[in-house]
Write a protein that binds this ligand. Sequence first.
Ligand code: HEM
Length: 511
Amino acid sequence: MSKTFTRAEVAKNNTEDSLWFIIDSKVYDATEFVDAHPGGESVLRQVGGQDATTDFYNLHRHEVLQKYANLCIGTVEGETPAVLTPAPGDLSPVPYAEPLWLAPAYKSPYYNDSHRRLQRAMRIFTETEVAPEAAAREADGKYISQALVDRMAAKGVLHMRLGPGKHLHGVELLDGAVRGEEFDYFHDLIMSQEGVRANARGFQDGTLSGMVIGLPCVMNYMPDARRRAALMAEVLGGRKYMCLAITEAFAGSDVAGLRTTATKTADGRHYVVNGTKKWITNGAFSDYFVTGVRTEKGLSVLLIERGEGVETKPIKTSYSPAAGTAYVTFDNVKVPVENLLGEENKGIYVILSNFNHERWTMACASVRQSRTVVEECLKWSNQRLVFGKRLIDQPVIRQKLAKMIALVEANQAWLETITYQMCNMPYKEQAKHLGGPIGLLKMSITRAAHEVADEAVQIFGGRGLTQTGMGRVVEMFHRTYKFDAILGGAEEVLADLGVRQAMARFPNAKL
Ligand code: HEM
């Protein structure tokens, strides 16, 4: 690649036997590539010997050039390539592409050096280890590989995704980027926000999201300490997979309406579980199911191991099969009473205990994915030429971008305000003061995602509806943003919760 050519030399290579062109001051020899070019031979011949930079970026993502770097034979004499090629871990210099605390000129009261170290380490991990597998699994529909689970376990990524707590103490986290003892909800936020950067919503849930919502119930409510420790070690070590099985065809956000039953045997040593669960993330490949059941006088939560009477069938949803979304049936499944999590008939507390963190995590992830879409739109509007101008030169496009930016920035700021409260409120206070606001926040973020997805597709046109090429991130987002608006409590239910909680503490105030 150290060779240089004059533009006149390049121009001569415009024949049947030699086809060169220039992209961003680099010289490409496409002679052998023409037959394999997905866009066809004729389009390449039309730019033979010329500077094809504008044409290229009108049609391709920059990453295409990295993939086909072997076609590059040198640079144009006296010129330096100008298009940025980010290295793993780099921050994007595109305005609004990063949350403001990562913008060099901005200050934030919330983040310290350990947050910055973790952010960089997790970005490198996501870009180098997760993203390539995400792309492969989205394409082949298979589940996460044991090799990636092992890497996540070894680096403490699985531990960190449960949020702050004693389970992190003494654990080596991303090669010492942060100490377990100092890990707080801003570190947790960073894990969620960096984790989405593989741009594969289905696979993202396939990276053991079921564990993130299921294991806390075991960690906090499994009565036997030895059993609890063994389960934690198995699951955080990536040797066994766990999911949360609450939702049924009969009851979604309305958890009080569950119909799966657990009846105690006459000798009092087992429960016998019968019923079904639907849309269980990771259910298709899980070994353990943290399951909401109806017992004699209320709801209870049981840890059910895959075995006789437990069956799972994959459900085809609009994101990828990599998430392992399943329909689960329990037919006369015998579960030892020791597997009861929390108290019998008081399972609602076990279930509710996790909701705030789950919803907040989803809020972190969803607003970050919206931001990535804003970055995609900004880049595309800047490079796409239509009617002889860049898209961004059209006022209507700038209006769309302004709305998208404002929605993302406002929601990130609200998210950080709430995260700060989580860092500074004891758990009981959080349950009292933050349930409603977190519900409203998640609703606000997924409503914003709806706007962002809609405008992004309008900006990308047909490419926003195409799974490969320029618009692949926008297409993915538009197809999948609804998962965050439904899972973990539907938008409307959470909005209602937020207002009802506010009214419950309403003062005797009058107009
Ligand atoms: C080293 C140079 C090039 C490489 C490696 C390359 C590679 C590719 C690839 C992988 C695609 C599939 C779409 C995608 O994934 O983005 C594609 C599509 C295409 N390419 Fe190229 N290409 C090159 C240069 C060019 C140039 C110079 C032109 C025309 C001036 C061109 C015209 C097209 C067209 C028209 C399509 C179809 C676009 C669409 O479906 O929207 N390509 N190219």
